[in-house]
Ligand binder design. Structure first.
Ligand code: GTP
Ligand code: MG
Length: 601
């Protein structure tokens, strides 16, 4: 219910269309009630001999028409046609209104979901698959339209039509109407009870279908691994298993659906049979119910059953939608883990000093990954982070652009607590180059200018030159206009990395984070981009994480991390002189890769 209220705001954004839909819904309810009346005129007053109803008689007199059979027959035909035409027109208008209003609501919601999901933390995105997130935006967002249509308007229409018809039926035969109305709650209850297994089956069906999607997505995302380990067959078998389960669940769902409609059909037929039996006795009995009236009654009864089914199905529909609504609400209601405070200030252009004060942080409560970290980096310095894998290096640098917030302590940028400044103004001043650089399927130029879409071609080229990338870009089939990933325009690891460096150079941030920017590359390629990296690091506060110690020797300060704590800090020479952890690491490293010393930054 609460989730439904959440969606109401999307209905409210379409007031004009919803008003139109309400008017048309009212009109169709009235038209549905008028439908059998020409037939009554035919049966009672043309074929039968009952006197014309007063209003019609007066209307004919006013138009100076006689009340002969031909004129009346004409009225019946024209009336039937007119009702049909009006009904069809209303249908077209309603469909059009729903198409526009429905799509607008859905895209409105999808837009909000997209924005929300974009602002969720890295941790959230690590934990949720892209497939799941995609289906929330593209599939689940339809629930707003379905909720408006099937929870609000259809039942409202059904209720309205029922009220009008019950009122008219009561004029014809009160006793019969009462009987029809007593049967109604039984029909509703039976339909609800019978629908229970159907709903359970539908839920299982949805779950299995989403597993099929997830399997496709995971396999295709990991296709290099699948192919490298020649596991295509196993993945195909798993797909087959999921597909079989999906088919079985669909079979079950379809079977239960037919059983459900059969049994609820039987119940409604039983109800209408009873009403018909009593109705026929009233025609024959002293009540002298007209033939035309019983025709009207029959049509209404039919329509009444249909309307009641809509009302009875309301719960089922709401149940079916509630899973989607829940998934949507989960995103809309959860505030982003990292967000601007209401009074967050703009971070003025910084010089680039970064200070950690007793920072404790982690991913799971109770398991801190960083413990009481304190250090400070002056503007323009290079700070290197070394330590075993899992020591917390990536976690530490991720606090600077606020990918996460510390549990305790503060991160200060030029003296400003990172939590008090606007995220965008903070991140605008930080450049990041990771181990694997993601490039969008856009042109090379657009990829380089991703952080500054307004950059001129001259600036883009200058950045590419500084990143030692101009050479290979010029050799691409369409140079800077080559779309990455298209027609075989794939790049090697070193080339991708140089584009990432160019991207960071163009952004020209005072603070730079390099998380193992060269560890995915071979020594030769590393050598070719070290130069570019050195240019990138000049005049910026740089945090560089490296497993290869050769890349960190020239750092102004080296922080040695172990199990989330800084166990040593100082320059290369100072740390060597201490002859402890760093010196030990250095010894191992020298033994392993002596050739890399030549490539030191
Ligand atoms: P390398 O990149 O392998 O050199 O390690 P690192 O020093 O960068 O370690 P990182 O900061 O990535 O991880 C530190 C600890 O946090 C490790 O024990 C990880 O298992 C843990 N960790 C990292 N990311 C996550 C996460 O998303 N969720 C959880 N629960 N733990 C995480
Ligand atoms: Mg790391």
């Amino acid at each position: 219910m609460q989730q439904f209220l959440l969606l109401l705001r999307y209905f409210r954004r379409q007031p004009r269309f919803l008003a139109l839909i309400a008017v048309f819904t009212l009109a169709t309810s009235l038209l549905a009630a008028l439908q059998p009346w020409p037939m009554k005129l035919l049966a009672d007053h043309i074929l039968g001999s009952a006197p014309l109803p007063g209003p019609l008689h007066r209307a004919l007199e006013a138009l100076s028409l006689d009340s002969g059979a031909t004129v009346l027959l004409g009225i019946v035909v024209i009336g039937t046609l007119l009702l049909f035409a009006l009904n069809s027109l209303m249908d077209v208008a309603l469909t059009w209104c729903w198409t526009v209003a429905g799509r607008r609501m859905v895209y409105d919601l999808a837009e909000d979901l997209f924005a929300r999901l974009q602002s969720r933390s890295m941790l959230f995105h690590k934990r949720n698959t892209v497939g799941d997130i995609m289906s929330r935006i593209t599939v689940d967002s339809w629930c707003v339209y379905q909720a408006a249509e099937s929870i609000v308007f259809s039942p409202a229409h059904a209720l309205l039509a029922t009220i009008i018809m019950v009122f008219l039926m009561a004029q014809l035969d009160a006793q019969l109407t009462l009987l029809a109305l007593i049967a109604a709650p039984f029909m509703v209850a039976a339909s609800f009870l019978l629908g229970k297994p159907l709903r359970a089956a539908a839920k299982i069906k949805r779950e299995i279908e989403s597993r099929v999607h997830a399997h496709i997505q995971q396999t295709l995302t990991g296709i290099p691994v699948v192919q490298a380990f020649a596991q295509e067959e196993r993945e195909a078998l798993r797909f087959q298993k999921f597909a079989d389960a999906a088919i079985r669940s669909q079979q079950r769902s379809a079977l239960l659906g037919s059983v459900n409609s059969l049994s609820s059909g039987l119940i409604t037929t039983l109800g209408s049979g009873l009403v018909l039996w009593v109705g026929a006795r009233h025609v024959l009995g002293p009540q002298h119910l007209g033939i035309g009236s019983i025709l009207v009654f029959l049509v209404y009864l039919n329509s009444l059953q249909a309307q009641m089914k809509v009302v009875a199905g309301l719960y089922t529909t709401a149940q079916g939608l509630s899973a989607n609504m829940h998934r949507v609400a989960e995103i809309l209601e959860t505030p982003p883990e990292v967000a601007d405070k209401s009074d967050a200030a703009l971070l003025p252009p910084v010089r680039g000093s970064v200070r950690f004060e007793n920072v404790t942080a982690g991913y799971e409560l109770g398991y801190p990954v960083l413990k009481n970290i304190s250090f400070s980096a002056q503007a323009g310095q290079t700070i290197a982070l070394v330590g075993a894998t899992g020591a917390g290096k990536t976690t530490l640098v991720s606090l600077i652009p606020r990918f996460a917030d510390p549990w305790q302590g503060r991160v200060l940028i030029d003296g400003h607590d990172a939590r008090d400044i606007r995220l965008k103004s903070l991140r605008d001043q930080i450049g990041i180059v990771l181990q694997e650089s993601f490039l969008f399927p856009l042109t090379v130029a657009e990829n380089i200018a991703y952080g500054r879409p307004d950059a001129s071609r001259g600036e883009i080229e200058a950045a590419a030159r500084a990143a030692n990338a101009h050479g290979f870009i010029s050799a691409l089939p369409e140079g800077y206009e080559t779309v990455i990933g298209e027609r075989g325009a794939t790049l090697s690891g070193g080339e991708r990395q140089r584009l990432a460096i160019a991207r960071a150079l163009l952004k020209d941030p005072p603070i730079l984070i390099l998380d193992e920017p060269t560890s995915a590359l071979d020594a030769e390629t590393e050598h070719s981009i070290i130069d570019a990296l050195r240019r990138l690091m000049k005049h910026r506060t740089t945090f560089v994480i490296a497993h290869r110690l050769s890349t960190v020797r020239r750092a102004d300060c080296i922080l040695v991390l172990k199990d989330g704590e800084i166990i040593e800090s100082g320059t290369h020479e100072e740390l060597l002189a201490r002859k402890e952890h760093y010196a030990h690491l250095n010894r191992i490293h020298s033994a392993e890769a002596p050739s890399l010393h030549a490539a030191a930054i």
